[in-house]
Structure formats: structure tokens, C-alpha cells
Write a protein that binds this ligand. Sequence first.
Ligand SMILES: Cc1ncc(COP(=O)(O)O)c(C=O)c1O
Length: 476
Amino acid sequence: MKTIIEPFRIKTVEPIRLTTREERLAHLRDAGFNVFLLRADDVLIDLLTDSGTSAMSAEQWAAVMRGDESYAGSRSFYRFQDAVRGIFGFEQVIPTHQGRAAERILFSTVCRPGHVVPNNTHFDTTRANIAATGARAVDLPSAEGRVPAEPHPFKGNMDVAALERLIDEVGAAAIPLCMITITNNTGGGQPVSMGNIRAVSRVCRAHGIPLYIDACRFAENAYFIKLREPGYADWPVREIAREMFRHADGCTMSAKKDGLANIGGFLATNDARLAQQERDLLILTEGFPTYGGLAGRDLEAIAVGLEEVLHEDYLQYRLASVRYLGEHIADAGVPIVQPPGGHAVYIDAAALLPHVPPGQLPGQAVVAELYIEGGIRAVEVGTVMFGRPDSRGGLDTPAAMELVRLALPRRVYTQSHVDYMIEVVDAVRARRASIGGFRFVYQAPVLRHFTARFEPLYPVGGAGSPNSAATTPAST
Ligand SMILES: Cc1ncc(COP(=O)(O)O)c(C=O)c1O
């Protein structure tokens, strides 16, 4: 059969609410044009993130009922630990309430001011947690990863020569660990090849630098390796995953992605001495080492999710739905990061709106217009998220790319929802000439995209076009 169907049937439904264009304009204005500040009930299709938004399976809900809420030594912890050890191969398993807690514990244990931590591309929480220790986060994406329109099977790869140059420049002693993020979320949800993981690991081991994998989307990455990397077509995805982690010394994980859970994460390593220090910190901020900020039922849901995410019919459907969305909007003439990634399609807002300079936040404009047009909530991954204001809070240093991410929650939306998304994106594309820029009216000093407020520099929502609710630039 040509049609790849959702490999599940639906048992529980959650209504979503249609709103009018006028209502959406009012909601967005009230939210300071920041979609993070909208009420979720006012969003029709929520593509803000694939994090913690998965639908759980019947088996996961059954496991929730088996949750053992004992403070110490809960059997749910042992089930969770067995699942993590079995897939990732690390002996020391430290549960945390989500990925950034694992990052904070890891980095505050090993990083000091003056240290440097390379990654293919740091995710925003990784970068911020490294910076909080006084260390510096350095991105070393491959050359292909920097060109949105250029297709390549493994655009998430790290630039191994650049890693070697960095080690020569700062010295291995200044690098307490190297990270590699699979898939490379910030770099477009693009996979990293086994060959690249192996090469990075070889360089790190030669210099005595521990390699950690940011494993959030490990199953999607493993399936890309199966599909695209010669030699792996006949390997079970579980074995590919195991092989990826064999090259690493530890990992951080947000179980809110490929754990198919709504909350949770962990830190894992084979270094027992380091794990002891990390557990001491865990007790201070997350909780006892056998629950680490999670309820027993959460540990159960993750243990089941980590197994289910490796089912190949699920992964085939998962990657097919993202590819379907990407290919259809690209065919309609919307520039996207090619090829589509594992969990999201990234619109190249700089190419879609070439008349809007990076300083006027073209990605933010696309995000606003997608919401106004069809109630779709996307997220800007560009200058709003990664630009740097100058020392007087003035003009930004723009980000390397101006992207808008459409992240697909796992097992949540159906084919007809995806067809609707395509229609909405195309409608925004059709009136792109009328779309202008935005400026900040408030920004926090770190992770500003979550709470920033904006002002449009043009009449948002397609003023002047038929059926539009025209509005003028906000003056307040
Ligand atoms: C690559 C990557 N690393 C780390 C994190 C942080 O995980 P969490 O949101 O669970 O703290 C995320 C979350 O989106 C991510 O995509």
C-alpha cells in the first residue's frame, strides 16, 4: 500500500475549538504578539512544540495505574531504570523532572568559568545552563547544516574538523565534555549519522574528553540512520540506538520527546563517581534518587514510552507525516529546511519574506500570521530566540537562520489536520508581500522568547485583502 496510515485507532478524543479571525487577532494582541502567551484553548492546531505533547497509549495509561509512589526504592524506578539501561546502555540512571534539570545537574557538576562546551548545535536550555556556570557553549554544525535549502541526508552532523581546531585552540583541559544533539533540533530537526557520532567520539576519546549525547529524539535519529545510512537498513532500530550510545560516555534526555511522556527526563552515564556527585545535587533540587522530581506513575509511563517509540511502524508513520507536511508546503512554494526533519518542518522565514530584515524579526511575523490565518501556533527559531541585543539593549546581532518551526506532537494529529496545516501555510505564503516586521517592546535578559512582547510594524493579518480583519500597527 502507498498510504502510510496512523498505526493506532483513537479511544479518547479531546475537542479543539475553532475561533474567528477577529478573535484570534484580539487574542494575539492581548498576548503582546507572543504565541507563548496565548491560552492553549484559543489555539486550534498547536505546533508550538513536540515536547510533552504526545498522546499516551493504552499501555502507558495502564502503566500509570501501576505507579508505585513510595518515596524511596519504588518499583516504578526499577522498571524505569531497566528500560533506560536496556536501550541506552548506561549503568547510572538519574531521573529528573525534564531535560533541562538533567542539563543543569550535569553542567553544574563538570563546568567551570572559562570552560568551553562544543555541540553540533546547542538547544536553548543547554546553552543557557552552560552559560549559567560561566562556561561557553560553542556550536559546530557541519557546512551543509548551515544552508536551509540544500538537501543532505545528515544535516545535523557536527563539523569534526572544527572540533579538532577548537581543541587545538583552547586545549582539551578547557573542555569538560563535548555534546552531540540527536536529532539537531535547533539546526532544523536534522539527523546525525552513525559515522559522524563515531568520528566525534574518536576525536573526544583521543583527547580524554567525555562525549554526551543530548538524546531527546534518539529514536527518530536512529530511524533516519536505518533509512539513509549505508549498512543499517537491516538493523533493528533498537540496535541502532544502542550502537549510537556505545560511542558516548553519557546522555541527557527529555522524555517529553521520544519518551512519549508528558513529563520527565534523565541523566545517564557509566561514571559512578560523577553520578554520585550528581545524585547529591539531585537530592538538593529534584528529590530522592529513585524518583528525581517525578511521580512513580511518570516513571512507568516513560518506561513504556521508551519501548513504544522504537516500534518501526510508529517511526515509519512519524517520519512520513512530517515529510508529507514538508513536501506539500514546499511544493506550494514555501521555502523550508530541506529535507524535512524528524519532528518538525522548518519554514525559512528569511527566504519567504526577503523584504523583512532580520532586525525586524521575519520569523515572528510568520508565526503571528499563521495564528491569525488559521489558529496554528508555531514557534520562531531565529533572531527572537538566538539573536543578541547590543550592550545598550539596541539592535540585535541576528541569528544564523530565521526559521519558523512547525513541530508535530506525537500521535496527536491526523492526516486531515496536516492537510489543514498545508492550506493555512499556503494562504500566508499567498499574501507574503503584505507581511512586514515586528519589534520588541519587552525582552528578558535570558531565554527572552518565552516572555517577550512585540509590536507589529505593519498592518497585521493581511489588511486590505478580502475577508481580512485589518488592523493598524499597535501604538501602545
Ligand atoms: C534538543 C533538546 N535538548 C534539550 C531540551 C530540553 O528539554 P526539556 O524541555 O524537557 O527541559 C529540548 C527541549 O525541547 C531539546 O529539544
